[in-house]
Design a binder for this molecule. Structure first.
Ligand code: SAH
Length: 242
């Protein structure tokens, strides 16, 4: 059976990749991915054929990867973090119905919510939700509703795609929605460039977060009402008595 791996490469640094993900890339003749991620891997995996496409070219990139596999070349489609979290795993499986001779193998990776959480401390130590603020494929009304429901349920959240040049005010609007149900001094945080050059994190209140500009390489953390700042760390307690 011809094989295509859909590989989550973790946040960026080779050390953040699972051994299984590294093995899948080692095993591949062809590696496909989004420009930015491919640049992080090129040096490490020489003598590969690369399929590189930009943002919004996802369907085309997946088809090219499946085609390469059909020709008998073991291929990896790489995604940052985990391949199943706003990644290509679902799309590859959907498209694979058109390529019956190809087996799709999904290899999990460390998603930004988890690698970023470790940098801040333990912000996701209790129930949490992961919500993307990108309305490219999801209506904004639905995103707001999910934010409101999680805030009402006092759930911690990791927010992906918090803002971009075209969506400058999205994080502010999201914070305003959460503030309808949570206190303005709720402990929040963000980490930029997790596992990459320029990594930096900050802990701040929900009202401060609303006035903060972030970018597409940032993951935002919203605490629950019990989340505390302990020194330089953000901690959502599990509830142990100490
Ligand atoms: N599959 C990826 C998520 C892709 S969506 C994963 O599992 O991590 C893209 C969003 O993920 C970004 O806008 C950002 O919010 C987050 N993200 C991915 N990599 C990141 C990194 N190295 N540092 C900070 N945020 C990151």
């Amino acid at each position: 059976m011809r094989r295509v791996y859909v590989v989550g490469m973790g946040p960026g640094r080779p050390e953040g990749m699972t051994v299984e993900a590294a093995r899948a890339l080692e095993d591949s003749e062809v590696i496909a991915g989004y420009t930015v991620y491919v640049e992080l891997l090129r040096e490490q995996y020489p003598e590969r054929e690369w399929i590189v496409t930009g943002m919004t070219q996802e369907v085309e990139r997946c088809r090219q990867a499946l085609c390469a596999a059909t020709q008998g070349r073991t291929t990896s489609m790489v995604c940052s973090g985990d391949a199943g979290v706003y990644g290509m795993a679902g799309l590859m499986l959907e498209l694979s119905e058109e390529y019956p001779g190809v087996e799709v193998v999904v290899v999990s990776g460390v998603t930004a919510a988890l690698s970023g959480a470790a940098i801040l401390g333990a912000p996701l130590g209790h129930d949490f939700a992961v919500i993307s603020l990108s309305d490219l494929l999801t209506p904004w009304e639905q995103i707001l509703k999910r934010l409101a429901c999680c805030a009402m349920a006092d759930m911690a959240m990791a927010l992906y795609n918090p803002s971009s040049k075209k969506r400058r005010l999205y994080l502010k609007r999201a914070c305003e929605e959460i503030m309808k149900h949570q206190a303005p001094d709720l402990v929040c945080g963000y980490v930029k460039n997790i596992g990459r050059e320029g990594q930096c994190g900050r802990i701040l209140t929900l009202s401060e977060l609303a006035e903060t500009e972030t970018d597409m390489f940032t993951t935002v953390f919203i605490g629950n009402s019990r989340t505390r700042r302990i020194g330089d760390h953000m901690v959502t307690p599990r509830g142990y008595e100490i």
